[in-house]
Design a protein around this ligand. Structure first.
Ligand SMILES: Cc1cc2nc3c(=O)[nH]c(=O)nc-3n(C[C@H](O)[C@H](O)[C@H](O)COP(=O)(O)OP(=O)(O)OC[C@H]3O[C@@H](n4cnc5c(N)ncnc54)[C@H](O)[C@@H]3O)c2cc1C
Length: 261
């Protein structure tokens, strides 16, 4: 039997976490696991704290962990992330799926997190601590800490590109997703891939090549040549790891030369 406990705040809920406990957000993945009786879930905690606010503060935008994909689409402050949110599931999923839950979504999910990785987002936890997203992803564990917010510096106009490749459009899961922040105005180049590893991963060799080139067919050739270095795609029902490695450079090239899709 699974027990459910409701707390007033995320901080209180986090005190009840252990390795058999899960925090319930939108439930689009967790309730599926519960329905399929996935082992290891004995206790579910939830919080009544309304953490859906999206606001600008200084140079950053703060997105509450409970903000849904639809909230992101509707908020002026997150207009740069609206195309990414629109790529997550269909309307019913976007209405439930939270930004916090996406951080823990296993591959091939995690399109929104791929974008946050390319934007060097910071993850804020219920215990008041914070962590860079790359560090967080390297050791993520959904039974350990509760995320309360994400903060991210909006990219300069025209410098953020995102593409999701799926077999069924518009709402199929990703064969891969790509988010790029072009180097400009002091912001460094970032290239992040989703569904090309157990979590979204940065293509660091390609980032280094992108930071010292111009964006045209000849200029980006060195970037494309090392596009999949350091990535670790898996075989799944959607595509083999071989296929993912073959098509990732092609789609990165299209994204860089064709702009946002
Ligand atoms: C039909 C379908 C289509 C989908 N399509 C896509 C897609 O196209 N792209 C995509 O990226 N995803 C997709 N998903 C996966 C999922 O809907 C999203 O990743 C969503 O953002 C997960 O958020 P949630 O609030 O529903 O998480 P939940 O299901 O509530 O939780 C998922 C996991 O995250 C943990 N968690 C949630 N919030 C927090 C928090 N604040 N702090 C700590 N741990 C937390 C939970 O404990 C749980 O382990 C799809 C799912 C379905 C069922």
């Amino acid at each position: 039997m699974i027990t459910v406990e409701t707390f007033n705040t995320h901080r209180e809920a986090s005190s009840a976490l252990n390795d058999r406990t899960r925090f319930l957000a939108g439930g689009t993945l967790l309730m599926r696991d519960v329905n399929y009786a996935v082992p290891g879930i004995e206790h579910i905690v939830r919080s009544l704290e309304p953490l859906r606010t999206i606001r600008s503060e200084g140079d950053s935008v703060f997105i509450g962990a409970a903000a849904t994909m639809l909230d992101v689409i509707n908020a002026r402050e997150t207009a740069f992330l609206a195309p990414v949110s629109r790529a997550v599931g269909g309307p019913a999923i976007r209405n439930m799926a939270t930004v916090g839950g996406n951080l823990f979504a296993p591959s091939p999910f995690g399109d929104f997190t791929t974008a946050l990785l390319a934007l060097d987002a910071t993850i804020h936890f219920a215990d008041g601590r914070q962590e860079e997203i790359e560090t967080f992803l390297a050791q993520r564990d959904s039974g350990r800490r509760i995320v309360t917010a994400i903060s991210v510096a909006p990219p300069l106009s025209g410098s953020f590109l995102f593409s999701k490749i799926s077999r069924t459009k518009p709402k199929g899961p990703a064969i891969l997703s790509i988010a790029v922040r072009l180097p400009s105005g002091g912001q460094e180049a970032r290239i992040a891939f989703g569904a090309m590893g157990p979590t979204p991963l940065r293509a660091k060799a390609a980032e280094a090549a992108l930071s010292r080139t111009r964006i045209d067919e000849q200029g980006i050739a060195p970037v494309i040549a090392v596009a999949t270095e350091g990535l670790a795609p898996a075989d799944d029902a959607l595509a083999s790891q071989w296929y993912r490695r073959q098509v990732a450079p092609v789609h990165l090239k299209r994204l860089l030369l064709g702009g946002q899709r």
